[in-house]
Ligand binder design. Structure first.
Ligand code: SF4
Length: 416
């Protein structure tokens, strides 16, 4: 059985070609059928028909959210029967679904092999604050009454943007020191249908407008599957995301950044988090292989379209990378790269060796860039009441392996 969500529209059309020949000819003896195949005219007809059917099916599944072949009323009975036998519309079962008071929605999915992965829906108004005078913990009261929101309210018109943060691997091999998923280690890559499946499920719940590959895993460590999943997400007959609204984030796998740029046209984000090689190598082992010079060189060469910028993520760690000297060095590093900076005050979790800087420190760091005309936003901590940091939900409810430190925490009472 083939999973529908693992197929591009072109691949689906190719698959449908043999069943797109006229019925009488298909039911003829095998030798005759082979003869028919060799006819250039029939071949062309079958190709055209298969392409048309693939388009119809993409509409049914991705735009009309139909998951039962029998409901696709404009497909022939024979074709529906063939699809039932050969292609499965993959559904990701939910293990846990939690919503924070601030509107963040977090999902833990069960995979077929018993492993779990996470996705998060982040409503736009919470994603960032550009006003440096605001208190970073202040809730935007005009948007949030403080009551829990449900799936229905996510579907309402109240959000200008709903970003889905999705996973690309079960766990992660990159071992970034500030990240809970990094502590858990890598279990396996996600397959294409498991990546697209997350978006397919979330789209059924809410009108997702943006996708970021910033959930569990290093997307470029799983480049082949991530690049193919991106092509499926961008298909205008399918989920129809604009290339500007799909962002792949990496910790800095330099050769894969170049390969991504060749494979598919999506936005790029870099998890920077340091202003010197020494600092970065301490918290991100990948920097020992590809240092800042190599990383920023790959960013300069990345094929950005007009008016597009690379997002640099910077997790602010108290007394480690949050000084104004750090800000000055980051400013110098990014010179000449069309960029925007996303500052993320560290989301503390039990057992972490780092602390969150004060709001005052965050504000000064941000102001350094704003004063120099660099876009710098601060992402407020989201969904603290639902363990929204990367890897947290899975470590309490899921199947993470974990270290001793992590096991201690997993054994502690989780949220109710
Ligand atoms: S921050 Fe990203 S790349 Fe680093 S360990 Fe966590 S999931 Fe992996």
């Amino acid at each position: 059985m083939i999973y529908f969500q693992s197929l591009t529209q072109t691949e689906l059309a190719e698959l449908l070609k043999p069943v797109s020949f006229p019925k009488a000819r298909r039911s003829a003896a095998p030798e005759a059928a082979a003869g028919e195949f060799s006819s250039a005219e029939n071949q062309l007809k079958a190709e055209k028909k298969a392409r048309y059917r693939a388009k119809q099916i993409f509409h049914w599944v991705y735009q009309r959210t139909v998951t039962d072949w029998d409901q696709m009323s404009d497909l022939s009975k024979d074709l529906r029967a063939w699809l039932r036998e050969n292609v499965e519309i993959y559904r990701l079962p939910q293990r846990v679904n939690q919503q924070a008071l601030d509107g963040t929605h977090k999902f833990l999915w069960n995979l077929a092999d018993g492993k779990t992965v996470e996705s998060v829906i982040i409503p736009a108004a919470l994603q960032e604050k550009e006003n440096p005078d605001r208190d970073f913990d202040e809730q935007p009261a005009e948007k949030f009454a403080g009551a829990p929101v449900d799936n229905k309210s996510l579907s309402s018109e109240r959000w200008s943007r709903l970003t889905a943060c999705i996973s690309s691997q079960v766990g992660c091999a990159m071992s970034c020191k500030f990240c809970l998923t990094g502590i858990q280690g890598l279990d396996r890559h996600l397959q294409v249908h498991e990546i697209v499946g997350q978006v397919h499920e979330l789209r059924r719940i809410a009108p997702i407008t943006n996708i970021v590959f910033m959930g569990m895993g290093e997307p470029l460590h799983n480049l082949e599957n991530v690049a193919k999943a991106c092509k499926i997400l961008l298909d205008e007959d399918g989920l129809n995301f604009s290339k500007r609204k799909v962002t792949v984030s990496t910790s800095g796998l330099v050769p894969a950044i170049e390969a991504l740029g060749r494979e598919v046209d999506v936005s790029l984000a870099i998890s920077l988090n340091a202003s010197t090689d020494e600092q970065r190598s301490r918290i991100m082992p990948v920097n020992r292989k590809w240092n800042l010079e190599a990383l920023l060189g790959a960013c300069r060469d990345y094929p950005l379209g007009k008016h597009r910028r690379i997002t640099f993520e910077y997790v602010l760690l108290k007394d480690f990378n949050d000084s104004l000297e750090d800000a000055a060095r980051v400013f110098a590093l990014l010179r000449g790269i069309p960029s925007k900076l996303n500052l993320i005050p560290f989301n503390e979790h039990p057992g972490s060796e780092f602390k969150r800087p004060s709001d005052e420190t965050v504000r000064k760091f941000q102001k350094y860039f704003i004063d120099r005309n660099v876009t710098a936003t601060v992402r407020i901590s989201r969904g603290r009441d639902i363990l929204a940091a990367c890897g947290q939900l899975r470590s309490v409810f899921g199947t993470a392996r974990g270290t001793d430190r992590h096991r201690d925490w997993a054994g502690s009472p989780g949220p109710s």
